[in-house]
Structures are given as C-alpha cells and as structure tokens.
Design a protein around this ligand. Sequence first.
Ligand code: GSH
Length: 259
Amino acid sequence: MIALHHAWDSLQSFKVRMCLAEIGLPWDGHALSLTDFDHLKSAYIAINPDGLVPALETEEGVLTESSIINAYLDEVFNSSRLQPGSAFLRARMRWWCHHEDTVVHPAIRPPTFNLYIKPLLSALSRSAMEERVSRHPQPERAAAYRAAVAAPFDAAAVIAAIRSLDRTMSRIDEEVAGTGWLAGDAFTLADIAMASMVERLQMLSLEGLWDRHPRARDWSRRMAERPSFALARGGEAAGRLSPGDRALARELVVQALAA
Ligand SMILES: N[C@@H](CCC(=O)N[C@@H](CS)C(=O)NCC(=O)O)C(=O)O
C-alpha cells in the first residue's frame, strides 16, 4: 500500500489527501508535527532530503512535490480521470496547480506563520529554536521559524499576502464564470489544488475575502461541500485560532482591502 508522510495542518499535504479521497485510494498515513519539527529529524530527512511534507512512498520509490504526486496518483490509480482529455485544458489545469505552488502557497505562509505558528511556538526560547532549525535544508524556511519566535507580528506581510490572495480570487472568479470549474467542464486536479486555499482561509478566519468574488465564493462552497474535503481535513486535527487572533485576522482583511 502507498504511504503518505504528511502533516494535518499542512496546506500541500491537504491537496494530496483530497486527491487520495477523490480517487478512493487506501493509504498508510505517517503524520508529522511541523511544530515539533518531526520533518527535520534524520529519519524523515532520509525520506525527503528537502525536509518538507508531503512525501509519497510508492513501491518504486519516494515522490515529493504535491502537484507531481497528485498527477502520479491520478495517472496510476485513476486512469487520469481527474485530468481533462484535451491537451489545452490539461495545460490550463497545470497552470492552476503551478499557480497554487508558486503564488498561493507562498502567500499563505505569512498569515499562517503570524496567526497560527507564532502562538504555537511562543514558549520556545531562541536557543531551543536554533537547535531545531539550524540544520534545516532550506535556510529561508529556518529564517521563517526564527522570526515566528523572535520577530514582532508582521502585519505588513500579512496584508500583502491577503492582497495577493484577493487577486487570485479575481482570477478564480473569471475562470469559473463559464463552466463552474477551473479547467474545462469537470472537477480536476486544478480544483483540488485550489481547494487547499479554501480550507486554509477557513482555518485562518480569512474566508470573508471570498465575499468580494461571488462566483469564486460559489466555487469555494462547492469545494468545501465535497466529501473529500472533510476527509482531507480530518477531524479536529487542523489548528484553530484563538478568538483574539480570529478578530485580528478579520481586521487585517478590512485593512488590506481598504486602500
Ligand atoms: N512545493 C512543495 C512545498 C512543500 C512545503 O513547503 N510543505 C510545507 C508544509 S505545507 C512544509 O513542509 N513546511 C515545513 C517547513 O517549512 O519547514 C509541495 O507542494 O509539496
């Protein structure tokens, strides 16, 4: 059976869990805690030298990169049913997967670190943090964790990220105007990739952003209603913000959109 190394509160892991649920494929789960830094322990670095989740173990070897994993799962176990038949629409689908990897995921990180990770790591001293992240294979990721304990709340970075996510919503709004889906006339890997944004914005109390984009909001609701969305999220596993941080998140949305 295939095995997935993942974290319940990881955006990119959510994408793969949702894909597995859509395909109905059984999988062995190896859940890591990113705030306990399980992903930087030597046992996991031996599986993914980049020190990131998710990683998929197959009979032939390990695959990393969530979009690549999802395309592999659909091709090998699902007769590519989550990909359009036309080459042009497959290219559009890949555009959305690429957009999630290169624009949405980086934009999600500042609100995630400031609103969710920072409170979880606040008890850690600088030296304890240093001990954990100094050997991170990705120096810029180590810097983000250091900032989470040492730097003040970075409202400017969160506001810039909210504006970027708002621009993505405008594009979703235009894209779904025709068929209701992101790539062609059916649910595809593009919708799965972008559904991760729906889940994370809910978790960060930023879901009010969808209200400015009615067609995108309708699409986001349809994503959240799919049984695979609940399965990918998993029980109580994903984090929840304190009431104070939820109010702060909503206030930052107002500030980001006011200008
Ligand atoms: N492009 C990669 C990104 C993987 C990634 O950044 N995963 C995050 C969780 S969503 C992670 O492992 N973070 C741990 C860290 O930054 O140390 C993918 O899509 O799989």
